[in-house]
Structures are given as structure tokens and as C-alpha cells.
Design a protein around this ligand. Structure first.
Ligand SMILES: Nc1ncnc2c1ncn2[C@@H]1O[C@H](COP(=O)(O)OP(=O)(O)OP(=O)(O)O)[C@@H](O)[C@H]1O
Ligand SMILES: [Mg+2]
Length: 348
């Protein structure tokens, strides 16, 4: 399983969800076979996580090896040690919540943690209209043998990281069924399957993520209180650069990944930082992530002008609405016309 790193706006359909859905239907055949994991992530050495081994000697069914992420890119932070903090929270509590604006790398980091720990990843975007059948399971024909586990039940039986993206958008019926799984009861009751009780796997971890609920973030809603109570640790994310603060590591990441000049990289990050500021104020519906800046820079490195490349990337990604696009265009133009504040990104 590769991390796609699309930088998609919140709520966009996830290819992964579709793949997992198909996968969970195929998986029941090979549940019995297991083997020792052999892949060790090169990323493990980059983070200080040796005290938080999540799944030592975990034997996972062969069918799930493809759900362990591979080749996830490095996660850059400003000294917050996010990878370590998430692994520590999972080590002690088995579950944690990530909160932060769209595009701050929450999904990226969960893939990275799953890769480092060697755990299968079960990703559910709660903002999509995924039905309770998809999540818990269903009969696909007549007869009891025709039951197929949904993603949550597969995770519960086999372990790994259950990642609930946009958890505050979760439908009430799903949230209610998850509650006993997330507290000390640690089980799920399948009423649709003769009330079968499934215990949460000892290596069943949960990460939820969401955008913060505030008037600044249009479209968000508060997390259900029962759910909030069950999360033991909360980790807050933010953009690397926002408003006047330009982060040199973000500039370096764009330069190195996309092979653009330092000047162009600083201009792009400056534009993105201003757009993020506008997004936080509620003026625009989405602001560029590191991934979106990288898309923009990739086109520039291919010879397209900075403004033309912005049209196809950061301007169109923000919204379909022409007035909003014009607002973004103005910010991009002024940030890229100005002499870049190279000193803002000293060592980049
Ligand atoms: N700190 C970072 N280091 C490296 N890449 C990052 C970082 N933050 C974001 N990215 C990149 O930006 C893009 C968006 O990240 P991601 O999809 O993980 O954000 P998110 O917080 O999950 O957003 P949403 O709330 O919309 O789901 C990805 O391509 C990701 O790899
Ligand atoms: Mg995400």
C-alpha cells in the first residue's frame, strides 16, 4: 500500500477506501495463513521511536501485508516530534486524536506511523456516505456462510491501525456502535450476525482525525461528546508556514522534491502561507498543503510559468467558484511578484 499524498481537499473520495472495500471482500479466504513481517521501514531510523515498539513480533495474516504502507515520504515538522508523540500515545493508550486544518499532513503521518510500526492500515473517511454495511459487514448471498466482514470488523479481528478521517462527520449510527469498542469493553456486537461478539484485537489501534471545530473552519461540526471522552490523547497540527511566517524546511522540501530554485520555492511558500491565513479566517474554502505546492512546483520545474502553473494547481484546487479563484489569483500574483524574502528561509 503506497501513500498517495494527493493533497486532496477534505471530503474528496479516497481511492484507498475503494481499494479497501474490494479488498475486504476478498480477504476472508486467506485469513488462516500467516507469516512473519519482513519489511522494516527505512523511516524508522529517522525518528526517535525505539521506546514505542507497537507490534513486536506481530504475525499478521498474509492477506493483510499489502495493507502495511510502504515508501511513505518523510514527515517534516518544526520540532513538534509528531511521529514520536503519536507512537507514544498509541503505545500507552491504543488510541489518539489528531486535529488540524486540511492539508497539514494528518493522513500522511498516520501512514508513516503504520509503516514504521509494520501495521496494516484500515482507513475510513467518515465524511463519505459509507454505509454501516460497508463498515461492519453484510451477507452477500443466502446462507450464513455468505457473510463478509466490513472494514471495522476486519480490523477488530486482525489488528492494525483503524484510521477514522473526518471523525466529526461520522454518522450517529456508526459512532454509537463504535463506542463500546473504544472504551474498556473493547468489543463489538454484530446484531446483524446473530449478535456475534468480537473482541478488539490486542494490537488494534485507533487514530481519529478531523479539522478543528470553530467559526473559522466552515463546514466543521463538534465531535460527538461520547467519542471525545474516549480519546486519551489529542495532538494538534498546523501548517509549516502561515501568514508572515515562512518555514525554511518547507522551502527546502519543495526545492529538493521538485528541483526549483530557492527564489521560486520561497515565493510559492509565501503565497501558500498567505492563502492559509485567508483559509483560517474563513475567506476561502481550502488552502494549499505541502503536496499542493509540490504539484505547482513540479509544473514550474517542467518549464511552465509560475502563474500558469498556479492556474492548474493551487488556484483550481481551492474552489470552482470564479470569485474565490480571483481572490486566490490576486494573492498568488502579489506573493510571486514581490522579491522573495530569502532571509525568511535562511538555511533552505
Ligand atoms: N509536514 C509535512 N511534511 C511532509 N509532507 C507534508 C506535510 N504536511 C503535509 N504534507 C503533504 O501535504 C499533502 C496533504 O497532506 P494530508 O492529506 O496528509 O493532509 P490532512 O491533514 O490529512 O488533510 P485533510 O484534513 O484534508 O484530510 C500530502 O501530499 C502530504 O504528504
Ligand atoms: Mg486527511
Amino acid at each position: 500500500m503506497e501513500y498517495y499524498g494527493t493533497g486532496k481537499p477534505a471530503g474528496a473520495p479516497s481511492r484507498m477506501v475503494k481499494r479497501l472495500r474490494t479488498f475486504s471482500q476478498e480477504s476472508k479466504i486467506s485469513l488462516q495463513i500467516s507469516r512473519l513481517k519482513s519489511y522494516e521501514s527505512p523511516m524508522k531510523k529517522m525518528y526517535d521511536v525505539q521506546d514505542y515498539e507497537l507490534a513486536p513480533n506481530y504475525n499478521f495474516p498474509d492477506a493483510f501485508s499489502q495493507l502495511v504502507p510502504k515508501n511513505t515520504p518523510e514527515y517534516v515538522d518544526k520540532g513538534e516530534h509528531y511521529v514520536e508523540r503519536i507512537m507514544r500515545a498509541l503505545y500507552h493508550f491504543k488510541q489518539c486524536a489528531l486535529i488540524g486544518p486540511s492539508g497539514t499532513g494528518k493522513t500522511h503521518i498516520v501512514y508513516l506511523v503504520a509503516e514504521i510500526a509494520g501495521l496494516p492500515m484500515w482507513e475510513i473517511n467518515c465524511g463519505l456516505q459509507t454505509t454501516s454495511f460497508d463498515l461492519f459487514g453484510r451477507y452477500v448471498g443466502l446462507g450464513k456462510e455468505n457473510w463478509v466482514d466490513g472494514q471495522i470488523v476486519s480490523w477488530c479481528r486482525n489488528g492494525g491501525i483503524l484510521y477514522l478521517d473526518e471523525a466529526n462527520m461520522m454518522k450517529q449510527d456508526v459512532a454509537t456502535r463504535l463506542n463500546p469498542l473504544l472504551d474498556t469493553r473493547g468489543h463489538i456486537v454484530l446484531n446483524e450476525k446473530d449478535n456475534e461478539i468480537i473482541q478488539r484485537h490486542p494490537l488494534g489501534f485507533v487514530v481519529i482525525s478531523m479539522n478543528p471545530f470553530s467559526i473559522e473552519f466552515a463546514g466543521t461540526k463538534p465531535l460527538n461528546a461520547a467519542f471525545r471522552r474516549r480519546m486519551n490523547a489529542w495532538i494538534t497540527f498546523d501548517y509549516l508556514s502561515t501568514g508572515p511566517n515562512i518555514n525554511k524546511d518547507e522551502v527546502a522540501l519543495i526545492r529538493e522534491r521538485c528541483k526549483v530554485s530557492k527564489k521560486v520555492a520561497v515565493q510559492m511558500v509565501t503565497a501558500a502561507a498567505q492563502l492559509r491565513f485567508s483559509y483560517k479566517k474563513g475567506d476561502i474554502p481550502y488552502a494549499p498543503s505541502v503536496g499542493d505546492i509540490a504539484n505547482w512546483a513540479t509544473l514550474v520545474a517542467d518549464g511552465i510559468s509560475v502563474l500558469d502553473a498556479a492556474e492548474e494547481t493551487v488556484i483550481s484546487t481551492t474552489s470552482d467558484d470564479t470569485t474565490t479563484q480571483e481572490m486566490v489569483r490576486r494573492i498568488v500574483k502579489s506573493a510571486t511578484a514581490a522579491e522573495p524574502r530569502l532571509e525568511a528561509a535562511q538555511d533552505a
